[in-house]
Design a protein around this ligand. Structure first.
Ligand code: KDO
Length: 333
């Protein structure tokens, strides 16, 4: 049966639509659009904090539009998207920044940063101002706050009985997935492994199929992505106290009123603080969780790993790009 919509009915429907639109509070028109793209899942603690704390706190002047699991932009392409004006926010990393600004590789060096508190002190230290300014000048990105990702641990497909990893020599020939940037690949080599670049969203499948022998991430990530379903051991190297930065397009920041800038900054800090606490709480209890899931979890000869990794960095070209004396300034905090 075909229904013909009379002209009168069509006019009535569109008039009704206009009435409800006028009655509806104006949403999108006068608010800034904040699209964030990231490879993490929506249940990752940083995503949870952005959804539950950041979004509501900026809702008066901004629409937060998250895109998780790298569904909008592939991992590592977000900063370029922001520079092109196709994205407003990302949760970036020193490893991604170092691809464009080499001095940031200082924060990709294993066994340098001590813990979550140290990350906050360093991020807010005056000696960081010049580095942040370079990010704004070169990338048109403002680093709002530091987010605690956690202590990275080795997570391997083979059991402790098949191969116990106590020193870097035990990683010889092990295909260890590391994220794609040069700094990550170098860290994989510094640990003694054979680094293999795989996108974060492909790691589970790589472990499941055996394309890789293992990966490294903090315990909360291993739980959130269910890597424990396809691995048999976690070797607690704590080789990098890993940090991310909540990044915002400078064009967006510069258009905000002073009051909105202050509100956005506070929302960012509140979200980062909440996520940090959640990650730390998880790190405290997840060893027991993974043991219950049947994984072997043990501590290797951390000093052997620390020595091997630090020597690799000091001998590397990376350290030539580090601001003079900054390692000492970081260690002094
Ligand atoms: C990863 O790909 O293993 C990594 O942990 C690298 C980090 O820098 C960061 O990009 C992180 O993924 C994502 O935020 C997903 O947790």
């Amino acid at each position: 049966m075909t229904t013909t919509i009379t002209r009168r009915a069509l006019l009535a429907a569109s008039a009704a639509g206009a009435v409800t639109a006028a009655a509806r509070p104006v949403f999108a028109a006068d608010k800034v659009r904040l699209r964030l793209s990231g490879p993490m899942s929506p249940t990752d603690q940083r995503a949870v904090a952005m959804l539950n704390i950041f979004a509501p706190e900026v809702a008066g002047f901004a629409n937060f539009e998250p895109h998780w699991n790298a569904t909008l932009f592939k991992q590592g392409t977000e900063l370029a998207a922001i520079a092109r004006g196709n994205l407003e926010m990302s949760i970036t990393s020193p490893q991604e920044l170092a691809q464009i600004l080499p001095e940031w590789s200082i924060f990709t060096a294993g066994y340098l940063m001590k813990d979550a508190e140290h990350q906050i002190k360093v991020f807010n230290a005056p000696f960081m101002d010049a580095m942040k300014k370079r990010v704004e000048e070169k990338l048109n990105v403002k680093l709002l706050t530091v987010m605690y990702l956690g202590r990275r641990q080795l997570n391997l497909r083979f059991s402790e009985a098949e191969k116990k990893v106590m020193t870097p020599a035990d990683l010889k020939g092990v295909k260890l997935r590391m994220p794609g940037t040069d700094a990550w690949q170098f860290l994989g080599r510094a640990l003694g492994a054979n680094p293999v670049p795989v996108a974060f969203t492909e790691v589970y499948t790589g472990l499941q199929t055996g394309a890789i022998d293992g990966q490294d991430n903090p315990l909360p990530t291993d739980q959130d992505k269910k890597f424990y379903e396809v691995t048999k051991q976690i070797c607690l190297t704590s080789h990098l106290v890993d940090q991310n930065y909540l990044a915002l397009s400078s064009h967006v920041w510069n258009k905000l009123s002073k009051a909105d800038q202050a509100a956005l900054q506070k929302a960012a800090d509140n979200a980062a603080a909440s996520a940090r606490k959640a990650q730390l709480d998880l790190e405290d209890k997840l060893v027991a969780f993974f043991k219950e899931k049947g994984l072997d979890v043990y501590t290797p000869d951390v000093e052997a790993f620390r020595k091997h990794v630090q020597e690799a960095y000091l001998k590397s070209d990376f350290s030539k790009d580090w601001p003079k004396g900054m390692v000492d300034q970081i260690n002094a905090l």
